[in-house]
Design a protein around this ligand. Structure first.
Ligand code: SAH
Ligand code: SF4
Ligand code: F3S
Length: 471
């Protein structure tokens, strides 16, 4: 029987990937995707627990969904509500106590069991799935998957063993786990056959990737392990895969081979999200990051020596317990020295169960707000300078989605900037050379350059140009 599911995704890119896979798990059961929760027999909230605000959003959304459920029930229709993802893992049965309209709660390592959990919820009135190991999930997810489009995510690593003192991820995603390389290569080939041209490899600590090497392949032997650099080199050989990215990396796991891959693999895009969190060694130590600000600077220098046009992005936390004006000044100094193309910054949010939540020296909200505003002003100025430096240049853009205006397409530059361009719809999914003539604080606009673009792998190497680095 035809049924429909509506999935709303919060949080990081891994949740986006997981939501797509949930749809794949449900498809053989007759579920197609609904446009709106009002039309769905099953509503899934794929949630994020990283900051208090993110987690609280879920409960306000559940209030709205309860009314939709009651309306559907009154009309004699099904309306099951499921909470998935990191809030589900962290809070489990507590969610049903706070929001009794919820039928099903399952964490990030349980969604491969969705059909069974749905049956159980129907039979018993509710069900909870809180597995903690990722390996069984990847072994049982269906091979068949709906295309994510020209630019897609592929999870290669999951979980975290780092235990930064502010962070819930080691508790919601479990221990570090790397998928075997053969499974990743096979999934990448299927994605490319389905029209994908750019793959972003995902992991909470993606550069800690250490996956079983395929048997019988060059360098692959029983017991052999590939790091991320090797995996990227092999993926670059997949015919039709023009662009590779990876996220999120930990500064400690940036090894020589991966740094060298930035020089050797043209398909590896010149953009890296490398979160530093703070520029103060005292705060970095209290965060349990296990690197200093200078370690980070040296890593960035080596990356830029390998790929001179590499653009950097980072995450920052302001107002971590004990952070003084001097510590915050060290963060501003680091940002000024590095020069970011883009960045995310957050006020520290105390998370239950993490060591920093119990620490002395919690910083008042007003101080956090002041520091965040100052940091964001600096980061925004760097981003605007980076974007404006692109005016007058021609760059290959993967046109991956329709724009808001008719006749417009939007794509991604090699440096992750959104690029708006007037182009015929049939160019969707292709890589086109775009002459950039305008820049805003967070995007570029341009026009199709005269000649059709040769494949991206030939072009990008030639694009190492001045201006790619933020001022
Ligand atoms: N695995 C990634 C980040 C995962 S969470 C890494 O190691 O960098 C994404 C970002 O959220 C973090 O980089 C951090 O900047 C922010 N974050 C995590 N916990 C937070 C908290 N308790 N308060 C504020 N920001 C937080
Ligand atoms: Fe969280 Fe730190 Fe692990 Fe990143 S490395 S997921 S910030 S504990
Ligand atoms: Fe959020 Fe979980 Fe991702 S807490 S950031 S959805 S790993």
């Amino acid at each position: 029987m035809q049924k429909s599911v509506y999935i709303k995704t919060y949080g990081c890119q891994m949740n986006v990937y997981d939501s797509a896979r949930m749809a794949d798990v449900l498809a053989p059961r007759g579920y197609r995707q609904a446009e709106a929760p009002e039309d769905a027999d099953l509503i899934i909230l794929n949630t994020c627990h990283i900051r208090e605000k993110a987690a609280e959003k879920v409960y306000s959304e559940l209030g709205r969904l309860k009314r939709i459920k009651l309306n559907r029930r009154a009309a004699g229709k099904d309306a099951a509500i499921a909470v998935a993802g990191c809030v589900a893992q962290a809070e489990g049965a507590e969610i049903r106590r706070r929001a009794p309209a919820v039928d099903l709660v399952f964490g990030p390592q349980s969604y491969h069991r969705l059909p069974e959990l749905l049956d159980r919820a129907k039979r018993d009135g509710s069900a909870i799935g809180q597995d903690f190991e990722a390996d069984e999930k990847f072994d049982t997810l269906p091979e068949e998957s709906a295309s994510q489009g020209p630019s897609a995510f592929l999870t290669v690593q999951e979980g975290c063993d780092k235990f930064c003192t502010f962070c819930v991820v080691p508790y919601t995603r479990g221990a570090e786990f790397s998928r075997p390389a053969a499974a990743i290569l096979a999934e990448a080939r299927r994605m490319v056959a389905g029209g994908t041209r750019e793959i972003a490899l995902l992991g909470q600590n993606v550069n800690a990737y250490a996956g079983a090497a395929p048997l019988g392949v060059r360098g692959g032997a029983k017991g052999g392990v590939w790091g991320l650099g090797r995996l990227i080199r092999e993926l670059a050989e997949v015919e039709g895969l023009d662009r590779i990215r990876y996220t999120t990396s930990h500064p400690r796991d940036m090894d020589d081979d991966l740094i060298a891959a930035h020089a050797d693999v043209p398909a590896l895009m010149p953009y890296l999200h490398l979160p530093v969190q703070s520029g103060s060694d005292r705060i970095l130590a209290a965060m349990n990051r296990k690197h200093t600000a200078d370690d980070y600077r040296r890593t960035v220098d080596r990356l830029r020596a390998s790929r001179p046009d590499l653009a950097l992005s980072s995450d920052f936390i302001v107002g971590f317990p004990g952070e003084t004006d001097g510590d915050f000044a060290a963060t501003l100094k680091l940002v000024t020295g590095i020069g970011y193309a883009q960045a995310y910054s957050f006020k520290y949010s105390a998370r239950p169960g993490t060591p920093a939540a119990e620490a002395d020296g919690q910083v008042p909200e007003a101080v956090k707000a002041g520091r965040l505003a100052a940091l964001q002003q600096l980061l925004e100025a760097q981003q605007a300078a980076f974007n404006h430096a692109c005016i007058g240049r021609t760059m290959p853009v993967l046109l991956d989605r329709p724009g808001r205006k008719p006749g417009q397409l939007v794509g991604r530059s090699p440096w992750m900037q959104a690029v708006h361009v007037a182009a015929p719809a049939e160019r969707l999914g292709s890589i086109a050379d775009i002459a950039i003539d305008r820049a805003t604080a967070n995007s570029l606009a341009g026009r199709l350059a005269a000649a059709p673009a040769p494949p991206a792998r030939v072009r990008t190497g030639g694009l190492r140009a001045e201006g790619a680095r933020a001022a």
